[in-house]
Design a protein around this ligand. Structure first.
Ligand code: NAD
Ligand code: USQ
Length: 384
């Protein structure tokens, strides 16, 4: 099967492209490489030294004999996108190609606009390109658990059945996202749902939780295939950041009380979830939503686990509850369903001491690349 991975030079996309290629899928990568440009603008580098995309793909071919087609360009450019799709003729499209940092989207008006235009227009272009020429192609779109926010009731997978004034319907689950980035994902979901209802396209929206880890079978095969691992205050995410902070002796940056609870998953499960979605496509006209995470943790609990694992390795790990730069509930109910991917065969890699150990060791290995000035958060959600 031919699968186009949009955003295939990024953290989730690179691991997924290699995983699918290894399993016999014919893979193409489409990426504008804009993420490397944003890193340059912010003056940050991933913990790991990532090779240029052309070198990565060449190394993969040398090692495995499997080729990956490369399309370098921006999906907000409809002409480029349409041409790339015609050339590649995908049967499934996995769409990771968005600006994905909440803090980046909250820097100022420009970054909010950039995020929403990049994400919403890119996805809208994709929907129109599919409507025109690839109506049977299955869109597997990366959404986020953050679309739901933190409601005081259980979170369902995409839809909720409501009884109101004696009548009953199953409707999209209410959304209360916490950043301009997370809002862009809500807008995408609405647009994709519309395209399925009105044009009969088929799509799966994967509401993914926070991803952690760096090694997958494929990216661990060679140093040139190494994946990115962000630790900075803009693109770094909670558990990855905590492990790198522990490795370099920086106090763990728990925002506020640390009671914020989220869904999390290992990157080895991200790649498998994508394969499951592709192998079990949505029906024509169906907008299917899966919650893609394997466990729920509070930020404070994660910090405690990293402290314990770090201490066992002889590291001196402190936890620092710093003023929360975000506006979010620090104590709240959170109970999200995640059975649909499990029902389709996902066998989770649960967070374990051995994973923390390997992530900490990985961080120790590359600790010389850490810029301490990039660790504390600098972007605030507050008006002043
Ligand atoms: P990333 O920044 O590492 O990768 C995104 C890639 O998309 C980059 O290589 C970038 O150059 C490319 N891209 C961005 N805009 C593009 C455009 N207009 N045209 C072409 N390419 C473009 O991000 P990631 O962590 O791999 O996340 C991938 C997707 O998964 C995102 O949509 C994100 O919202 C979602 N997601 C990520 C996480 C996480 O913890 N990393 C969690 C949940 C959901
Ligand atoms: N947090 C800390 N300390 C840190 C970093 C984060 O306490 O050093 C807290 C945040 O305040 C927040 C929680 O940890 O309450 C998660 O923050 P995060 O930066 O790890 O994740 P988030 O901003 O939600 O975004 C990440 C990805 C995004 C994806 C999302 C999935 O960058 O692309 O959509 O995770 S989810 O969180 O389920 O919406």
């Amino acid at each position: 099967m031919k699968v186009l991975v949009i955003g295939g030079d990024g953290y989730c996309g690179w691991a997924t492209a290699l995983y699918l290629s290894n399993r016999g899928y014919e893979v193409g990568i489409l990426d504008s490489l804009v993420r490397r440009h944003w890193d340059n603008e912010l003056g940050v580098e991933t913990l790991t030294p990532i090779a240029p995309i052309q070198q990565r793909i060449q190394r993969w071919q040398d090692l495995t004999g499997k080729s990956i087609d490369l399309f370098t360009g921006d999906i907000t450019n409809y002409g480029f996108l349409s041409k790339a799709l015609h050339k590649f003729q995908p049967e499934a499209i996995v769409h990771f190609g968005e600006q994905r940092s909440a803090p980046f989207s909250m820097i100022d008006r420009e970054h909010a606009v950039l995020t929403q235009v990049n994400n919403v227009v890119g996805t809208l272009n994709l929907l129109y390109a599919m409507r025109e020429d690839f109506p049977d192609c299955h869109l597997v779109k990366l959404g986020t658990m953050g679309e739901y926010g933190t409601p005081n009731i259980d979170i369902e997978e995409g839809y909720i059945t409501i009884e109101h004034n004696g009548r009953k319907d199953t409707l999209p689950y209410p959304k209360q996202p916490g950043s301009m980035y997370h809002l862009s994902k809500v807008h995408d979901s609405h647009n994709i749902h519309f395209a399925c209802r009105i044009w009969g396209l088929r799509a799966t929206d994967l509401n993914q939780g926070v991803v952690y880890g760096v090694l997958t079978e494929e990216t661990g095969m060679d140093e040139l295939l190494i994946n990115r691992l962000d630790y900075d205050g803009v693109f770094g995410t909670a558990l990855n950041r905590f492990c790198i902070q522990a490795a370099v002796g920086h106090p763990l940056t728990v925002y506020g009380k640390g009671g914020q609870t989220r869904g999390f998953l290992d990157i080895r499960d991200t790649v498998r979830c994508i394969e499951i979605a592709i192998a079990n496509p949505a029906q024509a006209g169906e907008f299917r939503v899966f919650n893609q995470f394997t466990e729920q943790f509070s930020v404070g609990d994660l910090a405690m686990m990293v402290k314990k694992a770090g201490t066992a390795m002889g590291l001196n790990v402190e936890i620092n509850n710093i003023d929360n730069p975000r506006v979010e509930k620090e104590e709240h109910y959170f109970n999200a369903k995640n059975t649909k991917l499990l029902d389709l065969g996902l066998q989770p890699h649960y967070l374990s001491d051995s994973l923390l150990d390997s992530l900490l060791n990985f961080a120790v290995k590359y600790q010389k690349r850490v810029d301490f000035n990039q660790i504390l958060p600098k972007v605030s959600w507050h008006r002043n």
